[in-house]
Write a protein that binds this ligand. Structure first.
Ligand code: ARG
Length: 462
């Protein structure tokens, strides 16, 4: 069988060109969508009387058979045909003969491939969103148990002020919620039907694009055929959403690695989610968060790769665009893999409350509370800050913590200090007093957790 475009050519495609040109090895992933898209196209052609009932029935049945064979792994694709679209068409022609050749009426591979990728991304976006919800639920469950687990909060990776473990996890909950919402937003632009754009200038046949959109569950149709075939913004947007997911996963992973270290020991990953060293018998390594952190690079790479591919392409379709698929597929698979492994790892990790609390007790995390104590007594914050700083310097000199200084030592710096200072600067009090929305106080955090539980319920329904 000759190429579906072979008649204009006097020579067969050179073997090396075929391999170079072919996208089959990766775009076969689009097989299901290619077939479903063709079924909808045929039904629309029948509605528009471009195909008669019998022809349409024959084509739809044959396409469904091909889909079934594909799902049962019975199809051997022919590498002589360069992509999934020509392969499906060739299989169809083999099955039903010349009528199969009618499926491509009013269609081009240019609008077909744009359709297939959009259908793929609609499904994958939903899949990634449900993995994000699973992760969010896991984080919320853990948070609920730790609204009173005090730990150091850091800036510059230096102990800064006491917070709670729930508060710390809550920061990631907000990030993953935004990730979810970003995907919902780009979904709106994915959900636009490009089919009917033809090669670049639509078709002279009386097709009904809104019908096809309806059959395939698209919200709308693209309004410019040049853009319809050459727009890859929706892929770039998704890759950018995925890159940010990886940024968040990677920051979290970095903390899990740090917290598992001997120096921190805030958490211990379950043996089932850690690995050993073939050389050093004592080692227990956090390979999983390290790998998540590492895989972030390839997802960023996918984004930059497609941005670069697209940056100087003239309208409309150019073969360069075939390079969109491998980075996209790789990024989608990578993100799904990372999102799936995290919840079971988090559910089984041990949280070392004692270590967290003892880390809060050293490092003068309550110095701000000393200053705020004075502020409550009318001292301007700058002066209070200076006084607390002097107390810290003095305590360092004496090799003591702020709790270990005597009231007389406090009074030497300001007469406003009273005995209640010691209670006021306890980590529990420090956390308790930060009840402003967004803060770590247990009751505030519980309210936010409730709000986030509602958020999850609402988004599960959609
Ligand atoms: N394999 C191609 C791609 O992925 C399909 C579109 C080919 N169109 C063309 N005119 N050669 O972009």
């Amino acid at each position: 069988m000759q190429q579906l475009w072979g008649s204009r050519f006097s020579k067969k495609l050179d073997e090396s060109v075929n391999d170079f040109n072919s996208s089959l090895s990766f775009d076969k992933k689009l097989c299901k969508y290619d077939i479903q898209g063709s079924v909808a196209h045929v039904l629309m052609l029948k509605d528009q009387k471009i195909l008669d009932e019998d022809e349409a029935l024959l084509l739809v049945n044959a396409l469904n058979e091909i889909l079934l064979d594909y799902e049962e792994g019975k199809i051997v694709f022919d590498t002589a045909f360069e992509d999934i679209h020509t392969n499906v068409e060739k299989l169809l022609i083999e099955k039903v003969g010349d009528i199969g050749k009618k499926v491509h009426t009013a269609r081009s591979r240019n609008d077909q491939v744009a359709l297939d990728v959009r259908m793929y991304l609609k499904e994958e976006t939903k899949a990634i969103q449900s993995l994000l919800l699973e992760l969010l639920k896991t984080l919320l469950d853990i948070s609920k148990q730790h609204t009173e687990t005090i730990m150091p909060g850091y800036t510059h990776l230096q102990r800064a002020q006491p917070i709670t473990f729930a508060h710390h996890l809550g920061a990631y909950i907000e990030m993953f919620k935004r990730d979810f919402e970003r995907l919902s937003d780009s979904y709106k632009r994915i959900n636009i039907l490009p089919l009917g754009s033809g090669a670049l200038a639509t078709t002279p046949h009386n097709i009904d694009r809104y019908k096809t959109a309806q059959y395939l569950g698209f919200d709308d149709v693209s309004l410019n055929s040049l853009d319809g075939v050459s727009d890859r913004d929706f892929i770039i947007e998704t890759l950018s959403d995925l890159s940010l997911i990886m940024t968040h996963l990677s920051r979290f992973s970095e903390e899990l690695v740090l917290w598992s270290s001997f120096e921190f020991k805030f958490i211990e990953l379950d043996d089932g989610f850690s690995t050993g060293s073939s050389l050093m018998p004592q080692k227990k390594n956090p390979d999983i968060p390290e790998l998540i952190r590492g895989k972030t690079g390839r997802v960023y790479g996918s984004l930059v790769s497609l941005l670069t591919t697209m940056k100087a392409l003239p309208l409309a379709y150019n073969k360069d665009m075939q390079e969109d698929k491998e980075p996209l597929f790789d990024a989608v698979e990578t993100v799904k893999l990372c999102l799936s492994i995290l919840p079971p790892m988090l559910k089984t990790m041990r949280i070392n409350k004692d270590k967290m609390l003892s880390a809060v007790k050293e490092g003068f995390l309550n110095a701000t509370d000393v200053a705020d104590y004075l502020v409550k007594k009318g001292v301007p914050f700058r002066d209070a800050h200076e006084c607390a700083g002097a107390l810290v310097a003095y305590a360092i000199q004496q090799n003591k913590t702020l709790n270990e200084l005597t009231i007389d030592e406090y009074k030497q710096k300001s007469i406003l200090f009273e005995d209640d200072i010691f209670e006021e600067i306890s980590p529990q009090k420090s956390v308790l007093s930060r009840k402003v929305t967004g803060g770590p106080a247990p009751d505030t955090m519980k309210k936010v957790i409730e709000m986030n539980e509602k958020w999850i319920k609402n988004n599960e329904q959609n």
